[in-house]
Design a protein around this ligand. Sequence first.
Ligand SMILES: *[C@@H]1O[C@H](CO)[C@@H](O)[C@H](O)[C@H]1NC(C)=O
Ligand SMILES: *[C@@H]1O[C@H](CO)[C@@H](O)[C@H](O)[C@H]1NC(C)=O
Ligand SMILES: *[C@@H]1O[C@H](CO)[C@@H](O)[C@H](O)[C@H]1NC(C)=O
Ligand SMILES: *[C@@H]1O[C@H](CO)[C@@H](O)[C@H](O)[C@H]1NC(C)=O
Ligand SMILES: *[C@@H]1O[C@H](CO)[C@@H](O)[C@H](O)[C@H]1NC(C)=O
Length: 497
Amino acid sequence: MLLTFPRAPLPAGLAAVSAVFLLIYLYLHSSLGSGPHLLSIKASTQASQLSQCPPSSAISDIVLSIKTGATEAFDKLPTQLLTILQCADTLLLFSDLEQNIHSLHIHDVLSRYDPEFLEHHADFELYRKQKEYQAEGRDIQTLSTMKDSNSDWRTAGHNAAWALDKYKFLHMIERAWELQPDKEWYVFAETDTYIVWHNLVKWLERFDPSEPLYLGRGEPMKKEEGDGFFFAHGGSGFVLSRAAMYDFCVTKKGLASRWDARIPDLWFGDYVVAKALKEELDLNLTSAAPMFSGHKPINLPIGAGIWCRPVITQHHLRSEEVQTLWMLEDDFYTNSSSNTPPYLRFSHLFRDVLSGVKFPELRSEWDNMSQDNTYTIKAPRTKVQAKEKPDERVGEPTVEKDPNSSPDACNAACEVVGTCFQWAHLNFTTVEEKKQHSGGICYLSSVFRFGNHRPEESWVDEKNATNIHMWVSGWKTAAIEDWLANALDSCGKVDWT
Ligand SMILES: *[C@@H]1O[C@H](CO)[C@@H](O)[C@H](O)[C@H]1NC(C)=O
Ligand SMILES: *[C@@H]1O[C@H](CO)[C@@H](O)[C@H](O)[C@H]1NC(C)=O
Ligand SMILES: *[C@@H]1O[C@H](CO)[C@@H](O)[C@H](O)[C@H]1NC(C)=O
Ligand SMILES: *[C@@H]1O[C@H](CO)[C@@H](O)[C@H](O)[C@H]1NC(C)=O
Ligand SMILES: *[C@@H]1O[C@H](CO)[C@@H](O)[C@H](O)[C@H]1NC(C)=O
C-alpha cells in the first residue's frame, strides 16, 4: 500500500482506519485473484474476446501512454481501465506522483525534472504538496482546487494541476521509449480521451513507422510561431512513429532535460511537444483531423465534412460518457454480420447517441460553437451595404438589418443563407477605465451541433479591461431535419485522408 504511516504510535482513530484499509485491500486482492478477471490488462486472451478490441497481433506494436495527474487519476482512470484500456497490449500510465492502481504502476514523469524546479519553482508547489499528502495519508483529490500561482491572463480560470501539466510532456515521451523501446507506434492520450481501437489500427496501417511521423489533430499557434505551425491537440491524442521516437529519445538523448528551463515560458504542453519536434527534429505535424476529434458526440460538428468519416478519438468525455460509447461500440460490432469489424463513423455516433437529441430553435445563455473557425460562414451584407459598395458578391442574399446587431437579425441572416444550419450571437461589452464599448457578433455555421450551456461570462483581460460576454444560439431546425433525412445511411467507402 502507498500510505506511509508516521512512526509515532498511531492514534486510535487512524489505527482503525488503517485496519479498514488493510481489510479492503486484502478483500480486493483475494476476490480479484480467485474470481473471474475484472481487469485483464495483461491477459490479452480475455481482452481479445471483447468486440471493441482488435486481436492482440494487430496491436502488439502499439504503446499507449495515458497522461493523468494525481488529483484526478482515481477519478477518471478506473472507468477507462474497465473499458478502452482493456484493449491495450502495452499500456503506460504517466502522472505527477508515483502511485499504483490495481496491478498497474503510475509513473511520476516529473521525478527527473531539474531539482531546482522540483524544490523551488512555484509551478511545482502542487507537486511538492502531493508528495506530502501521500506521505501523510491525506486526500490528494482535495488539491484539485489549488489555484495556479501565475496570475497571467492566459492561465485565468485554471488550477495548479493544469499549470503543472505542461512540464510532463517531453519527459513522458522519453519515459515511454525507455520503458517500451523499439515499438512501431507510440500513442499518447489523456484520461478523458476515448479511443476507437479498430479504427486506430486500420488508420495506422496506412503509415510507415520507420519514417519520422507526428500525427494528431492540428491546432494553429499563429501568434507565437507564425503561419503553418500546428501542434497536435493533446486531449484528442497524438501519435509518434518509432523513427520519430528514436530521433527524439536516442539521437537527441537528454532532450527533455535540456528543455526543462524553457518550459515555464511556454504556454501548454501539447504546444511544447510540437515546438520541440520542430526545433530539434524539423518534424511537422501530419493532420489526423477530423478522425482525431476534439469533441464528444454532443459537440460534434455535424455536416457533410465529417458525417461519413471514421471516428478514431473523442475528447472531453465524462466517465459515464466513456461507458456509453463503449456499450455503443459493442452493440455496433456484435450487430454486424461481417467477419471484419465495420468502421465506426461519425454518422453512427449521431444515430446511436444523438438521435434522441432535439435541436431547439433558440437558446439563451447557450453556445452552439458557431464561431468555430473551420465551419464559420460569412454573414450576408445588408441591402444598404450591398448598394453602397457593389462588389464580387453580387447575387448573394442580403438582409435588412446588420446581422451583428441582435440575435433576431443574426437568425434572419442564417435564414437567407442556404448553407447555414445554425447561428450564435455574441453580445460583448468592454469596460475600460474611462470608456465602455459594446457590440455584437453574429456567427453562422455550416454544421450543426448541440453545444453547451454558457452563462454570462466576465473577466479582466491583459489590458485590465473588464469584458462581459453573453451568448444566444439558434438552429434552423427544418433544414437540419431535411439534411438528416437524406444523410442517414448515405455513406460509401471509407475516406481516411
Ligand atoms: C514544416 O512546416 C513549415 C511551415 O511551418 C514549412 O516551411 C517546412 O517546409 C515544413 N517542413 C517539412 C519538413 O515539411
Ligand atoms: C443493434 O441491433 C439492435 C437490434 O436489431 C438495434 O436495436 C440496435 O439499434 C443496434 N445497435 C447498433 C449500434 O447498431
Ligand atoms: C447587448 O446587450 C445589451 C444589454 O442587454 C443591449 O442593450 C445591447 O443592445 C446589446 N447589443 C447587441 C449588439 O446585441
Ligand atoms: C448551438 O448553441 C448551443 C449554445 O450556444 C449549443 O449548446 C449547441 O450545442 C449548439 N448547437 C449545435 C447544433 O451546435
Ligand atoms: C487594474 O485595475 C485595478 C482596479 O481597477 C487597479 O487597482 C490597478 O492599478 C490596475 N492595473 C493596471 C496595470 O492598470
